[in-house]
Design a protein around this ligand. Structure first.
Ligand SMILES: [Zn+2]
Length: 185
């Protein structure tokens, strides 16, 4: 893969801003934005699992819901053209490789393209553990750009987990010292 598309880098900057906001609620810092066909932000989200006690409140799902709601509003203004939920020609940008749930939501939303930062070797569903986004048996395939601002996205997560480890020394750690608990993206 060549150097990252400058547009992808700019969008990842927005996703990183969202990720940092997750820190205010002690949530694992993961952020996402959905970019519309015209290049503007249609939806944004951060991981809010702890904030809402909701295991499905991942950054991607939050951003997809907001983007679909906005499209629906526009569709109503247009006199009902379009179904308001198909995010065709949209790009989802997220700081961590999507998990199986989020990759499923991305396919269901018919999102055209996904740009992600860090790989999630333990739960990633865009090439690490599964590749749901490019699963030939599904009826929708997604264009994937991986590793955009990977260093910065990964560092944010590592810092979060290392701060949590030092603050929770009473908690059992993996016996093999294998590092981070799953980021649950
Ligand atoms: Zn997820």
């Amino acid at each position: 893969m060549g150097p990252a598309d400058p547009q992808h880098l700019e969008w990842m900057g927005l996703a990183l801003e969202e990720a940092r906001r997750a820190l205010t609620t002690e949530d694992v810092p993961i952020g996402a934005v959905v970019i519309g066909p015209d290049g503007t932000v249609l939806g944004s989200g951060r991981n809010e699992r702890e904030a809402h006690g909701d295991p499905t409140a991942h950054a991607e799902v939050v951003a997809i819901r907001e983007a679909a709601a906005r499209l629906r509003e526009r569709s109503v203004l247009d006199g009902g053209l379009g179904d308001g939920w198909r995010l065709e020609d949209c790009t989802l940008v997220v700081t961590l490789e999507p998990c199986a749930m989020c990759a499923g939501a991305i396919v269901l939303a018919r999102i055209h393209r996904v740009v992600f930062g860090a790989w999630d070797e333990k739960a990633g569903a865009a090439g690490s553990v599964f590749d749901i986004l490019r699963e030939r048996r599904l009826n929708h395939w997604v264009e994937v750009y991986a590793g955009v601002q990977e260093e910065e996205c990964g560092a944010l997560l590592r810092e979060f987990f290392s701060a949590h480890r030092s603050g929770e020394s009473g908690r059992p750690q993996p016996a093999d010292g294998s590092g981070d608990p799953s980021p649950v993206a």
